[in-house]
Design a protein around this ligand. Structure first.
Ligand code: IPM
Ligand code: MN
Length: 356
């Protein structure tokens, strides 16, 4: 096959880790007989500097014309502490989500044997934990009406959901659950919020369409506790945008390192794949960031965007082998034993080339 992939390396460590994911994609394509062409576009702070727009039209056009998007990160400390900044790098990400219709963010949380002792939770709690967070990504408070009144002394953000948005994300969550351990947890705040009551109503209506899936309902405050108390009790968790943002950061500490967590944003147009760790500006250009989340995002890209499970598995096998061999960046390595970002990327690309 021939694939067109849009590369949006973005800010901070984004370019360094994306470059390693590209090495893995190239190696897999060579091995499985695919060809690939990349187009690169600016996004985030980098794009603001170039043209004043954090998600330029040329980048949108590139994404629309591609089969999948491989994204690094956006964010820059120069904007973080400036509440008067008119444009922010994060707006680029939100604009991209909206315009590409990236309505579902899938964040798998798995534990890696080599890392369980790094988890802040006890080994017996996390070992074997394996669940998928499905976060709605284009609705809720992020995109509802927001503003100020009373000379700026009153501020509001509105949480809005239409039935069609809720149905769409729940349908995806049900089908993910059907392909996994057939257990779906719908997380909401239906004891307080009207939008949550709509979510729950729609979910109940959909239950008979998926009789093989066991559905639980859980309030978000309780879910925040249960994720830490008993992460193994979850299979697929589905929730609205803001709750999902918070719960997935919480869940990301279960495996022991954020540096390994990949995500897929499923779109109406082109789907997007990104590491969840963000731009880590302090490490930018130092060749120390862990590229495994970006490389595992490339695995998700093959699986979700191209339906190429074997290619995805090959990348996962290479990542597991690198962990076992101790080819680790400094966030995971023992004192004095750390590899650089590009050394890890090269090791994985070579492993893939050697036809393991
Ligand atoms: C994420 C991030 C974004 C979000 C920010 C950078 C806007 O935290 O992808 O989870 O809040 O969605
Ligand atoms: Mn977040």
């Amino acid at each position: 096959m021939h694939y067109n992939i849009a590369l949006l390396p973005g800010d901070g460590i984004g370019p360094e880790v994306t470059a390693q994911a590209v090495k893995a994609v190239d190696a897999v394509c060579r091995r499985f007989g695919h060809t690939v062409r990349y187009g690169t576009g600016p996004i985030g702070a980098e794009a603001i500097e170039r043209c004043g727009n954090p998600y330029p039209e040329e980048t949108h056009a590139l994404c629309m014309a591609s089969d999948a998007v491989l994204f690094g990160a956006v964010g820059d400390p120069r904007y973080d502490n400036d509440p008067t900044a008119k444009v922010r790098p994060e707006q680029g990400l939100l604009a991209m989500r909206k315009r590409l219709g990236l309505y579902a963010n899938l964040r798998p949380i798995e534990t890696f044997a080599a890392l369980v002792d790094r988890s802040p939770l006890k080994r017996e709690r996390v070992e074997g934990a394996d669940f998928l967070c499905v976060r709605e990504l284009t609705g809720g408070m992020y995109f509802g009406e927001k503003g100020r009144r009373d000379n700026g002394d009153l501020a509001y953000d509105t949480c809005v959901y239409a039935r069609a948005e809720v149905e769409r994300i729940l349908a995806l969550a049900f089908s993910c659950a059907a392909r996994r351990r057939r257990h779906l947890t719908v997380v909401d705040k239906a004891n307080v919020l009207e939008t949550s009551r709509l979510w729950r109503q729609v979910a109940r209506e959909m239950e008979p369409l998926h009789p093989e899936v066991q559905v639980d309902y859980m309030y978000v405050d309780n879910a925040a506790m249960q994720l830490i108390r008993d992460p193994k009790a979850f299979d697929v968790l589905v929730t609205e945008n803001t709750f999902g943002d918070i719960l997935t950061d919480e869940a990301s500490c279960i495996p022991g390192s954020m540096g390994l967590l990949a995500s897929a944003s499923i779109g109406e147009h082109t789907s997007l794949f990104e590491p969840i760790h963000g731009s880590w500006p302090q490490a930018a250009g130092k060749n120390i960031a862990n590229p495994l989340a970006a490389i595992l995002s490339a695995a998700m890209l093959f699986e979700y965007a191209f339906g190429r499970m074997e290619e995805g598995r090959a990348i996962r096998t290479a990542v597991a082998a690198s962990l076992e061999e101790g080819i680790l960046t400094e966030d995971l390595a023992a004192e004095g034993k750390a590899c650089t970002t590009s050394e890890v990327g090269d090791w994985i690309a070579n492993y893939l080339k050697d036809n393991h």
